[in-house]
Design a protein around this ligand. Structure first.
Ligand code: NAD
Length: 475
């Protein structure tokens, strides 16, 4: 763990092991932190706060520029660690490192653009001044599916704003987090400003962050259930919260779309990270008229995907993160098939040629998915494309919105009016119109409804770490 500028073991001396999800082999072991370690880290962050927030924005910005450069210089190493620990193909891992580094660069720039304002008063002797100040110590919790970029998406804006931070990464991917904190160390970020607590069991660390009054904000990325629990507990002290939670993205292929182009896009985004992405399309609505062409192209694309260890050249689908993830996918597919879904391809675990050592599932297309199936409602988080034929635009918008989630959505159409109707009508924080990658450090990312609160990236991303203070001056 990295606490107060030093690498440390857990106070208890405990460790836990980290495994390669493609081979099942042990990679390393890391400290198993608990509440005591978390309190130490919070203490370090609290002590460092006045010094860090007292620097000029230009000084804080400089640290982030340096961290960005070191991260880019270490791209291959970081990608290697990520593929070994998380399973995604090495090319996708490199893309994630680049995306993660973008947050350091964007917020290095944005640090210098934290603006207050003055407001005119109706009284001649009065002036109003609005000042933005850092919220204080931040507790951050990140997931395993994007184990590097989810860290920089929180640390970069927090540091830019003048906050200090204690971060707990997912138990499946502590090594990526350690590599990131080595970069922060090399960037000479002052002691206590960034702190890392690794732990096998998240509850004691989360509880310590939630109970400690010195922590003024919790930023969490993960499942909706845990996010809700954090929101409930944070209410006790009215800590500020940002929650980036699950999704159930609709992908609508309109009557006027090019079915081949749409199928290409849908399959690319669906199978990214083996479907383990919060913005992965979970319900692909295809206009009945285009269904055959869409399915033919989708099938062709999926047949060309190679499943295996992400280190091997040519592999585009890596393993699922672990047995529980595999069970969930198997259950969803079995349930859908038992209720009448048609398997176009895949539909089973892959075990031949050594794949039995990891949790591999064949990329799958299911056709004629219906609302009574679990996959229609539950977040999929696996390589399964669920296709739902439709024939009426009004119905499909209602169907797309008929979910408790509200993170990403996608529409393929060549009609500008229709594109605008969907853009305005979809109850989702992100709408990709003929665009399967509507994300960037400069763009606000986040969900409506049970997909979360707040936004990451963009100007919105830094405002999550700022308080608004009003000064009334009588002169
Ligand atoms: P998860 O909620 O199980 O775990 C996420 C993180 O929370 C991990 O670090 C975990 O250790 C921690 N955690 C779990 N229980 C906790 C507790 N009681 N107290 C404190 N921390 C706790 O989710 P997961 O399965 O690891 O991640 C996948 C989920 O994350 C999916 O639902 C996915 O959609 C979501 N996600 C969302 C975004 C987004 O930006 N909206 C991005 C990536 C992933």
């Amino acid at each position: 763990m990295y606490i107060n500028g030093k690498w440390a073991n857990a106070a208890s001396g405990k460790i836990f092991e980290v495994f390669n999800p493609a081979t099942g082999q042990r990679i390393d072991s890391v400290p198993d932190g608990d509440a005591q370690d978390t309190e130490m880290a919070i203490g370090a962050a609290a002590d460092a706060f006045s010094g860090w927030s007292g620097l000029t924005a230009y000084q804080r910005s400089e640290y982030l520029y340096v961290a960005h450069r070191i991260m880019m210089d270490n791209m291959d190493h970081l990608a290697h660690v990520m593929t070994e620990e998380q399973g995604k193909p090495i090319r996708a891992a490199r893309n994630e490192v680049k995306y993660g580094a973008d947050f350091l660069l964007w917020f290095a720039e944005e640090a210098k653009r934290i603006y207050g304002r003055t407001i005119l008063s109706s009284r001649a002797d009065q002036r109003f001044v609005v000042l933005k100040q850092p919220v204080g110590v931040v507790g951050a919790v990140t997931p395993w599916n994007y184990p590097v970029s989810m860290i920089t998406r929180k640390v970069a804006p927090a540091l830019a704003a003048g906050c200090t931070i204690v971060l707990k990464p997912a138990e499946a991917t502590p090594l990526c987090a350690m590599e990131m904190f080595k970069i922060f160390e090399q960037a000479c970020i002052p002691s206590g400003v960034v702190n890392l607590v690794t732990a096998l069991s998240p509850e004691p660390v989360g509880a310590a962050m939630l109970m400690d009054k010195r922590v003024r904000k919790i930023t969490f990325t993960g499942s909706t259930d845990v996010g809700k629990m954090i929101a409930r507990k944070a209410a006790d002290q009215l800590k500020r919260i940002s929650l980036e939670l699950g999704g159930h993205a609709p992908f609508i292929v309109c009557e006027d779309a090019d079915p081949v182009h749409a199928a290409k896009g849908a399959m690319m985004v669906k199978f990214l990270n083996t479907g383990q992405a919060c913005i992965s399309p979970n319900r692909i609505f295809v206009h009945q008229r285009l269904l055959d062409d869409f399915l033919n192209e989708a099938h062709k694309r999926v047949s060309g995907m190679t499943v295996g260890n992400g280190m091997d050249p040519g592999v585009s689908i890596g393993p699922l993160i672990g047995p529980a993830a595999l069970d969930k996918v198997v259950r969803q597919v079995e349930d859908a098939v038992s209720l009448g879904a048609e398997v176009i391809c895949g539909g089973r675990r892959m075990v031949a040629n050594g794949l039995d050592k990891g949790c591999f599932f064949a990329p799958t297309i299911l056709n004629r998915v219906t609302p009574d199936m679990r996959i229609y409602r539950e977040e999929t988080f696996g390589p399964v494309a669920a296709v739902i034929p439709y024939d009426n635009e009004t119905d499909v918008l209602d169907m797309a919105n008929d979910t408790n989630y509200g993170l990403a959505s996608y529409v393929y159409t060549r009609d500008i009016s229709r594109a605008m109707r969907y853009f305005e009508g979809l109850h989702f924080g992100i709408v990709g119109i003929n665009d399967i990658n509507p994300t960037a450090a400069a763009a606000p990312f986040g969900g409506m409804k049970e997909s979360g609160l707040g936004r990451e990236g963009a100007q919105e991303g830094i405002s999550e770490y700022l308080e608004t203070k009003l000064g009334g001056f009588s002169i």
